[in-house]
Design a binder for this molecule. Structure first.
Ligand code: F6R
Ligand code: MG
Ligand code: MG
Length: 367
């Protein structure tokens, strides 16, 4: 059986009325580009948007970080950016941080999650796309789905899942080179927790089954802030997760999203807000948020995709969305105060530091 690579490459290249959603024309341009230029290169694709971001999922046989695949998506975003500029969309081309394409899009602005897999007889997998938040947003849901039997019943019910997982975690503060650590659960679960609590610093890059050695999860780890050295929008991470048959079930992987846990992002990428699980092609609204995550389930055969099943499009999640909205409202009530706004080091705008610099001169030491 030939290996298949799943690649999600995602960028914000402009949206209507601020940061609400891309225009139909922009999405159509990206779709047409991939459909046409991807011929002979990719097996299949799916394109959708979550908030102001356009995510391109492709299946192919070229492996991860393949120059041709990455260039295809980069060029699709460039073609889209032209339309975004022509339509006067806001933030046209905002995530394309460099002028010229080199080897792959890593470190160039777009978010990437890829894995090369030996396709199983039936290959159910999930595509997660989040907006108005950062890569660390997946830390807690991954921790709970892969280490905690309160969320993943398979950890006690399935002997294969019970063998545990290997977490590959990246220290995203290292900008010179990729700095990673491998930890195995259940033995090192507390060490995993110790790192993953710090969502701005340590981010899950991949998860592997200890029973079979197969990769189960690939998540994006790029922090735009660290690349550009200044605010250029939040990182809005993507993730791939294979489900079922020795891996956590789809229902287990998504079960932690019931929490609507607090993440960084929201207005000006500078606040804390609960992560709301939303339906396919949802837009951004209240306070440039709330932070949202969307999950599409696919099946595939020889790299050919089914249509997506919209995982959070279910009455259960309507109930959760109401609760998450309430959490969002509660934290927003305290505006800039305390934990509602991010600490100085994480603020995506310079206003506060500039004010402090100015006021510093007016502070006096009382005699
Ligand atoms: C957050 C985000 C928005 C903008 C905000 C102000 O990721 O993109 O919340 O930060 O709309 O945008 P500017 O400064 O461009 O007016
Ligand atoms: Mg945007
Ligand atoms: Mg975005």
């Amino acid at each position: 059986m030939a290996k298949i690579t799943l690649s999600i490459i995602k960028a914000d290249i402009g949206s209507i009325g601020g940061h609400i959603k891309p225009s139909q024309k922009l999405i159509q341009t990206v779709k047409n580009f991939i459909k046409e230029k991807g011929k002979g290169l990719i097996i299949d694709h799916y394109i959708g948007h979550t908030g102001d971001d356009i995510a391109i999922l492709t299946t192919h046989k070229k492996g991860v970080l393949n120059k041709k695949i990455h260039k295809l998506c980069w060029d699709a975003f460039l073609a889209g950016t032209k339309v975004a500029k022509a339509q006067g969309l806001y933030g046209a081309g905002q995530d394309l941080l460099v002028e010229a394409f080199s080897e792959n899009v890593k470190g160039m602005g777009p978010q990437v999650a890829e894995m090369e897999i030996e396709e199983r007889e039936s290959e159910p997998f999930l595509m997660f796309v989040a907006d108005k938040t950062e890569p660390g947003a997946y830390n807690l849901p991954l921790y709970l789905a892969f280490t905690d039997p309160m969320y993943c019943a398979g950890l006690i019910l399935s002997p294969k899942i019970k063998k545990g997982f290997k977490f590959v975690i990246m220290d995203v503060a290292s900008t010179e080179a990729d700095k990673i650590i491998e930890l195995v659960t259940p033995e090192e679960t507390y060490d995993v927790a110790c790192l993953l609590r710090d969502t701005g610093r340590f981010v899950v890059e991949s998860i592997w089954s200890r029973a079979t050695g197969e990769q189960v999860v690939a998540a994006s780890t790029t922090r735009l802030h660290n690349i550009a050295g200044k605010y250029v929008g939040k990182d809005d991470p993507v993730m791939l997760a294979r489900a079922q048959h020795g891996f956590p079930a789809t229902g287990e992987i998504i079960s932690p999203y019931t929490l609507g846990h607090f993440v960084s992002g929201f207005m000006r990428g500078s606040h804390i807000g609960p992560l709301m699980p939303v339906k396919k092609n949802s837009s951004i609204s209240f306070f440039d948020g709330p932070p949202v995550v969307n999950c599409l389930a696919f099946s595939m055969k020889n790299g050919k995709l089914t249509e997506p099943a919209d995982v959070f499009d279910h009455p259960y999640w309507d109930f959760i969305r109401m609760k998450v909205a309430q959490k969002a409202e509660e934290i927003r009530k305290q505006g800039f105060s305390g934990p509602s706004m991010l600490p100085m080091t994480e603020l995506e705008y310079t206003g506060v530091t500039e004010t402090l610099k100015k006021l510093e001169k007016r502070f006096v030491i009382r005699k």
